[in-house]
Design a protein around this ligand. Structure first.
Ligand SMILES: C[S@@+](CC[C@H](N)C(=O)[O-])C[C@H]1O[C@@H](n2cnc3c(N)ncnc32)[C@H](O)[C@@H]1O
Length: 322
């Protein structure tokens, strides 16, 4: 089996640096990395508090191991906390990457503090290997503009607008969420990964996560019809992630939409942020929603309100959660 095939649709247990250095040929179209932030989180097998220079040397090592397996047209997203964001940005530049966006993921459900402002964001760097050749599916991530949603302004572009680089529509995965796995201390939301994967890869591409944790990246990639490769140093996390994926593979979708369409529908619902009854009562909003969804799916299909409306109550914000 070639390196390309061997690393597709697999969750591997081990040190990502060792594994990726042993590969030999680029296989990833997109890498999403959410490493330990060196802030003392309790992981199963990794001690998340090491001396600063050691952490920085390790960061450079895993980033360069990732670069070795990223295709020349590939994109590389890295989530990181305040303490090391500046370092990661500079290491990326030093390794020859081009920064396309410095994204702030702002989550309102943050950590409590006693004597300073509460931290409520994570940095996400969006790098590419080649600034002239990369995948960016703008249609897949467009959102309705305020001109469309609020002001009813005829000058609005009918395909919506590109989102800002401050992302504030994805909450952290709280303990009560249906999506919550419960066995990992810092699970990322699937919808945030879905935005990244939809923008920076195409169906059939390979998405790598060298710190797969609870398996979010792999789960989102699978639902969106991409191949995945996940690595984690913890046997327990790997076993649980494999089970998460097996359960997803067994999921039978009843209804008119595919698994890919259902995740994209949920993403659009959350990004617009209106409750289900807002659509029931507002025909214009429903039409706008259906049109934006069709833009995102980009498959020449027509999504009629009577197909979409019955699906919304289960997935609208504040509904369908425990
Ligand atoms: C911040 S968590 C990733 C969470 C993940 N994004 C999610 O949504 O669940 C970091 C993960 O890196 C893993 N890890 C730490 N060192 C590693 C290494 N050298 N190779 C692979 N995984 C490692 C930890 O076990 C932990 O699960």
């Amino acid at each position: 089996m070639s390196g390309m095939q061997k690393f597709r649709n697999i969750i591997l247990c081990g040190d990502c640096i060792e594994i990726l250095r042993s590969v030999g040929e680029p296989f990833a179209d997109l890498i999403f990395a959410d490493p330990p932030f060196n802030i003392g989180y309790q992981y199963d097998k990794y001690r998340d508090r090491v001396e600063k220079n050691r952490y920085l040397a390790w960061t450079r090592d895993w980033m360069s191991a990732c670069l070795g397996v990223l295709k020349p047209t590939g994109s590389f997203y890295i989530a990181i906390g305040d303490d090391y964001a500046a370092h990661v940005r500079l290491i990326g530049e030093d390794l020859g990457l081009t920064l396309r966006n410095w994204i702030i993921w702002h989550y309102t459900f943050g950590q409590q503090t006693r004597n300073k402002f509460a931290r409520s964001h994570t940095h996400i760097f969006y790098f590419v290997k080649n600034p002239k050749q990369f995948t960016f599916n703008d249609w897949a991530v467009r959102v309705p503009s305020d001109r469309q949603l609020v002001y009813n302004d005829k000058r609005a572009q009918s395909c919506g607008k590109l989102p800002d680089d401050v992302w504030n529509t994805y909450s952290r995965v709280c303990g009560t969420f249906r999506e919550r796995q419960g066995w990992h201390p810092c699970q990322m939301p699937e919808l945030l990964l879905a935005r990244i994967i939809s923008a920076s890869s195409n169906p059939g591409d390979c998405v790598l996560d060298p710190f797969v944790g609870s398996g979010t990246t792999a789960a989102a990639a699978f639902q969106l019809g991409r191949d995945y490769c996940g690595i984690d140093i913890s046997e327990q996390y790997v076993e649980n992630t494999r089970k998460r994926l097996t359960d997803l593979q067994k999921t039978r979708i009843s209804g008119p939409l595919s698994m890919h369409e259902m995740l994209e529908l949920k993403r659009l619902v959350f990004e617009i942020g209106r409750p289900a009854d807002a659509y029931q009562m507002n025909e214009k909003l429903t039409q706008l929603f259906c049109r934006q969804f069709a833009v995102r799916m980009n498959n020449c299909k027509h999504y009629k309100p009577d197909m979409i409306l019955p699906l919304l109550p289960e997935i609208c914000p504040c509904q369908g959660r425990k």
